[in-house]
Ligand binder design. Structure first.
Ligand code: SOE
Length: 379
């Protein structure tokens, strides 16, 4: 029989909506040992959190996250707040024995992330971080093809995440929506916000990074702060690039920026192996490009696999072959895997510990950029 887990969501921004949508949909499309009941939504602004709760069907609201965590009728806490509050909330939730879902990046930095890992492991509570792109079916298929050994020895892994929404110097830092530009709230700029997604996927597909050398740039040096009203120094990285080496000997080439005019969310990665290569593009998310050198010469070429067939990852749960799904489904898949994992007592990744590895790469990026030198990635 399907059991119910009562969920308490903290925050109601873009991710609050993406997660709520996933919690509502998942049980209709996946047969799972658990279902999620939207028990409470929590945020400081009473009127806004009530409106959010009404819209998504949460049973109740709170304006203090500590009260939410104290509630006996809550099993799972979902942290959708800015990065600087993830640790405090997660530590309290773990101490209260709640399962925890946390938005990415896990923490402000590695040491803070480690405390979170230790807290959930000590408490023995289920935990997961919302690096959702792993669960786009084409990306999951890439993982399957690599794990089957089809690519052979991997030589290159390259990834980019390009946006253009902060080019205007009038975009403020701080406050709702633009806290991502405020170092105190975000911990870093595009490295933690965008490149973190590329790093999570890369570590999952290609294993750990050994060492890197990075370069970051802040193009707009001062912005008005939405909370203080004052023009303040900008502390985040606006753009970030690094090269590096993976433990398996392959070379890494990564870039993220919010200054690539014309690109709104262009996440791409390419993996080149001795036998085959893969390429994926978020703007064409249901396709995986695959080149296999072992194909007969006269028909050899890049295949554009439309990842919508019943035997493709997750797709058997949706429509009929050929009909595409989208961005929001990656969150549905993540909830499905989380609930399946809870049922089997086998945590689905990325766990806090997995996400901590990404955090260590982010720390290495900032250290390398500050020191203008190669840095070993912590393990
Ligand atoms: C930033 O614009 C952002 O919304 C990130 O915060 C998300 O993690 C990314 O998936 C899309 O872009």
């Amino acid at each position: 029989m399907t059991k119910t887990l009562n969920l308490g969501m903290i925050g109601y921004g873009f991710m609050g909506r993406a997660h709520s949508n996933a919690f509502r949909k998942v049980g209709h499309f996946f047969n799972l040992p658990y279902k999620i009941n939207l028990k409470a939504a929590c945020a400081r602004n009473d009127a806004k959190v009530k409106a959010f709760a009404d819209q998504w069907g949460y049973e109740s609201t709170e304006t203090d996250w500590r009260k939410l965590i104290e509630r006996k009728d809550i099993d799972v806490i979902d942290i959708c707040t800015p990065n600087n509050s993830h640790a405090e909330i997660a530590l309290a939730a773990a101490a209260a024995g709640k399962m925890i879902l946390c938005e990415k990046p896990l923490a402000m930095n590695g040491p803070e992330g480690l405390k979170m890992v230790e807290a959930v492991e000590k408490a023995g509570v289920a935990n997961m971080v919302w690096y959702n792109y792993r669960r786009i079916p084409a990306v999951t298929l890439a993982k399957q093809l690599i794990d089957e050994g089809r690519l052979g020895r991997i030589f290159h892994y390259r990834a980019k995440f390009l946006q253009d929404w902060t080019i205007n110097p009038d975009v403020p830092q701080g406050g709702a929506g633009t806290w991502r530009l405020d170092l105190a709230a975000a911990g870093s700029g595009v490295s933690g916000d965008l490149l973190a997604h590329c790093i999570d996927t890369a570590l999952w597909l290609n294993g750990p990074l050994e060492s890197i050398t990075a370069m970051t740039e802040t193009f707009v040096k001062e912005r008005k702060h939405a909370l203080t009203g004052k023009v303040e120094k900008v502390g985040i990285d606006d753009a970030c690039q690094f090269i590096g080496k993976f433990d398996n000997g392959s070379l890494a080439n990564f870039e993220s920026t919010r200054y690539a005019r014309g690109h709104k969310a262009l996440y791409t990665f390419e993996v080149n192996g001795e036998n085959a290569s893969l390429f994926w593009d978020l703007h064409d998310l249901h396709r995986l490009q695959y080149f296999d050198h072992r194909d007969q010469g006269i028909v050899r070429g890049w295949r554009s696999i439309h990842v919508t067939d019943g035997d493709h990852p997750y797709m058997g749960n949706w429509w009929v072959p050929g009909l595409a799904i989208g961005y929001e489904h990656s969150f549905v898949h993540q909830v499905a895997d989380f609930l399946e994992g809870v049922g089997k007592n086998q945590l689905a990744g990325p766990t806090f510990r997995d996400a901590y590895q990404t955090q260590l790469v982010l720390d290495a990026i900032i250290a390398s950029s500050n020191q203008s030198s190669w840095v070993s990635v912590g393990k």
